[in-house]
Design a protein around this ligand. Structure first.
Ligand SMILES: *[C@@H]1O[C@H](CO)[C@@H](O)[C@H](O)[C@H]1NC(C)=O
Length: 301
């Protein structure tokens, strides 16, 4: 009786082992099998051909992924400088800038940087060599110079334009070079201007009925040389001039999603959200530019 029990239990165990083995190892491709062997028990490489998206990240390297091609798993590298984010995610080919999420947590990058002029990697966003208001976006090794507008400076950490007090080593904005505590005209605006406070520019608006005088750098009673139009009367909160046209094109100097004034400490989360939004928009803009360039190239050939 006990002998039968032992044999039955042994058979059951063997069956279990067999089922397990088959589930995890029934992969046709040699490379993936090699991968499974080399990683051993640590963590197992998922087979892309067994997934709905047919694409999975490599278990070991964050800049590699497996794709099911003609029913077999094939290994691919992300474009240099990018890491795998997931199908239809990231900036191109399912790959993204590594700093946009914790893609590489617990993983390594298989490929070393390939450098190009102004680019630490072929793809990425990199600081400017000589300027705090400029930075480079690199796409396949082609660098495009970008400019931070308004009073913003390039922040290496967030990879986007940011308020000067958040940008280490670049606190003073060139806007305030002439006078760290002076006022600076803002574009052609008649009632907005920059007020430098210890080298940081702050966006200001003249009190109602006053206009900013570019000569005295103060808010004065109109008319001035450039502003004879009476500003919007008190209580009227529109941005339209008497002719019904928008009067403040200089608003465009601020990137979308940037609040006109640096937020208070309590608004920090909001601010971070703005930064992310901005990074995203920068990136989208960049991608559009890139696509346009590619289109133009195709048209030429
Ligand atoms: C990147 O540039 C190289 C030449 O510098 C070119 O051969 C390659 O096709 C480009 N790749 C993409 C994805 O545009």
């Amino acid at each position: 009786m006990s002998k039968t029990k032992t044999v039955a239990s042994l058979l059951f165990t063997l069956l279990l082992v067999h089922v397990r083995f088959c589930n995890s190892n029934c992969v046709c491709d040699e490379t993936l099998n090699g991968k499974l062997r080399s990683i051993g028990q640590k963590q197992q490489q998922e087979d892309p051909c067994q997934t709905k998206t047919r694409v999975v990240g490599d278990v070991e390297y964050c800049d590699r992924y497996w794709e099911c091609v003609n029913g077999r798993p094939e290994l691919f590298d992300c474009p240099n400088g990018l890491v795998f984010a997931g199908k239809h995610r990231g900036v191109t080919e399912g790959c993204d800038y590594p700093w946009r999420a914790n893609y590489c947590e617990g993983k390594r990058q298989a490929n070393p940087p390939i450098q190009a002029e102004h680019c630490d990697w072929l793809y990425g966003i990199f600081g400017h060599e000589t300027s705090c208001t400029r930075y480079w976006t690199c796409w396949n090794g082609t660098a495009t110079e970008q400019l931070c507008i308004g009073g913003l400076l390039y922040n290496e950490r967030s990879r986007s334009c940011d308020w000067p007090e958040n940008v280490e080593g670049c606190q003073k904005h060139p806007l305030c070079n002439d006078d760290p505590n002076g006022n600076v005209p803002l574009g052609k605006s008649c009632n907005r201007y920059w007020q430098c406070q210890g080298g940081y520019p702050r966006l200001q608006r003249c009190p109602a009925m006053l206009v900013f005088d570019r000569r005295s750098l103060r808010c004065v009673v109109p008319p001035t040389e450039d502003c004879d139009v009476p500003p919007t009367p008190a209580g009227y909160d529109g941005e339209l001039g008497p002719d019904g046209n928008a009067q403040e094109p200089e608003e465009e100097n601020l990137p979308p999603g940037v609040s006109p004034l640096p937020p208070q400490v309590s608004n920090n989360n909001n601010h971070n959200a703005n930064q992310q939004l901005r990074g995203h928009q920068n990136h989208q803009q960049h991608q559009q530019n890139h696509q346009l360039q590619q289109q133009q190239q195709r048209n030429r050939t």
